[in-house]
Design a protein around this ligand. Structure first.
Ligand code: HEM
Length: 186
């Protein structure tokens, strides 16, 4: 994955737990990289090792770390670093979600070797939809749940996310049922 992902993990840990915790996490993960370069590729394994070490050092379950990382990604990494891309993708949560299937193709213009996940929407109503998440990477379900909660906070809309179908439990791919409150016209 591009270095910006590992940098974002570093940023989240330093923001909430301080630089000492980050140094401990890197040592525990056996990662000897001083500075991650945003636009360079790193093996996925490095990101997985950093997340596993963060769980150990911070004494938190993986789901909690990954959900926190998803929220941090939207509210800090994406909004602060790629505000234009985020704004162009929608003025409301449902609009943003419906544009999600095309979102990473715009990111690929900046990062041409991107191996992004694939999203699809179905069962769309005024206050809910099913979000289908396809990826070759294992174990990132809670990251997506955190991303969706982050988007809810970004649009200041209460959001409920339920895992309706789980790849870890044998389904073809993860399906999230996402529910929000439609804004009422005054
Ligand atoms: C401007 C904002 C964003 C940027 C720059 C961005 C960029 C990236 C990058 C660089 C990766 C690593 C993949 C690779 O390097 O090959 C990634 C992965 C991922 N992105 Fe985004 N992304 C953004 C927003 C989002 C949003 C809004 C969502 C969903 C709500 C999302 C969902 C994911 C997921 C789930 C992965 C994990 C990889 C996988 O599932 O295979 N991203 N993204």
């Amino acid at each position: 994955m591009y270095g910006m992902v590992n940098k974002a993990v570093e940023d989240m840990v330093c923001m909430h737990h301080g630089e000492r915790a980050w140094e401990q996490i890197k040592t525990k993960a056996g990662v000897d990289v001083e500075v991650f370069m945003s636009n360079e590729g790193y093996p996925d394994e490095i990101t997985y090792r950093l997340v596993a070490a963060a769980c150990d050092v911070l004494e938190l379950p993986a789901d909690t770390v990954l959900e926190g990382f998803g929220e941090h990604w939207v509210l800090h990494t994406a909004q602060e670093g790629y505000g234009g891309l985020m704004q162009a993708a929608g003025k409301s949560l449902p609009e943003f979600l419906k544009n999600l299937p095309n979102f990473h193709s715009r990111v690929s213009m900046i990062y041409p070797k991107l191996e992004p996940p694939r999203f699809q929407c179905s069962d769309i109503t005024a206050e809910s939809l099913s979000l289908h998440y396809h990826t070759h990477r294992p174990g990132l379900t809670s990251f997506v749940i955190g991303l969706l909660h982050g988007l809810g906070k970004m649009f200041k809309v209460p959001v409920k996310v339920l895992l309706a179908e789980s790849k870890a439990k044998g389904a073809d791919h993860d399906v999230f049922n996402v529910q929000w409150t439609a804004s009422r016209k005054p």
